[in-house]
Design a protein around this ligand. Sequence first.
Ligand code: GCU
Length: 442
Amino acid sequence: MNKLIAAIFSIVIFAVAAFAGGKEVPPVRTNYYEVNFDPAKIAPYTLEDPLTFLDGSKVTTPEQWKIRRQEILDIFAREMYGQQPPLPETVIIETIEENQLTLGGFGMRSQYKMYFRADKSGPVIYWLVIAPQYVKKPAPVIMFLNYGGNQTLLNDSQVLIPETPENWLRPYRITASRGALLAPEHYYHFPIQTILSAGYAVVSACYKNVSPDPDIEEKNPDFQQHNFACSGVFELWGKRDESRTDNITALGAWAWVLSRGVDLVEKLPYLDAGKVAVTGCSRLGKAALLAAARDERFAVCVPIQSGGGGATLAKRDFGENIATQMQMFTHWYCKAYKKYERNPAKLLTFDQHLLVAAIAPRRLLIGGFDRAWFDTEGEFLACKAASPVWEFLGKPGLPTTVYPDSYEIGAIGKYLGYYRRTGGHGLAGFDWWQLLHFAAEE
Ligand code: GCU
């Protein structure tokens, strides 16, 4: 009898295994609400060694690292962020005004229009530069894309609010938003006086001026993701071939414009193009990270609360996941990324620590915060896994392997650092403080 039960049991096992092709069937995520917030339920995963090529051979020299870095960037272009947009036909900079006193004479305000075609047709980006008035040599730069328009950065009636198509730059049309970020109670605080006092100039453009990013709450179908994203600078790249799985994405477009910001800095003698720090929060933190990974002209990168699709590990099933990303933000990632959503821990063959590593040996500080959705521990672990690349290239890596408490700064090294804080989602005074100190290190 026991033999009979055992025989039936092995037939059932065999049939199940055969049906599954001998493989474990990955769980299917289809629902936005299927998000794991329980650390005990994080499935095991392994991370690829950044210093091993896809063919299994080891990186043994800095020259080989350059090749491996390109291999990594190619993976992200093919599988996640879409192809890197091509260089523009030209970059034409038109000065609207230059070095006008602002902030009671403490700062200088400049504004530029940037075109990408010789005949100035197509998209135009409006850049605002605020530089310290007292600095005699070219100033180091903090560059970021802003959410609500350049006018939110200065309470100054001269900051342009561009004419824009109906709706997509809604915040631009709210003149009451002038200087909105200067208020200390704003969750995106912008301490311009402190930034200028530290000797930095700020270079910024509005991300919606680059590529509109529809509100997920939007009710008007004309302005919803599918009908609306991939306009703005996308016009430069021609008609999209929708059969491709690696089309340029919104994150790729925002990162591309940050590189155009460096083109601008290179042309302005009062700014130091060798000292550009790129930052941004949330989706714009992801864009900053991608920009610095792709463009070595960024000397420093400080992505703040970039979370899923940014610095945090995607294989670690905690908080936001690939399925929610592909459902909510279809234009941020390319189609190829969707194939991993069923089980990132098993299916992914790369992870965000590799993108982090692509910035080595330049200086990178990752700022996280304690909201489970953004899985900041995953950001720390990505830094930790990328740290050997800094060491390999002769720079100090992460100074600790212990996940720090909120507001602890012991994991901030000279070249690679991580910190986290509690509180609201945004760039707070604490983030600016860490950024300024980190960027100032030589
Ligand atoms: C959502 C999204 C995040 C993103 C954030 C934002 O929360 O899931 O990945 O960073 O929006 O950019 O506002």
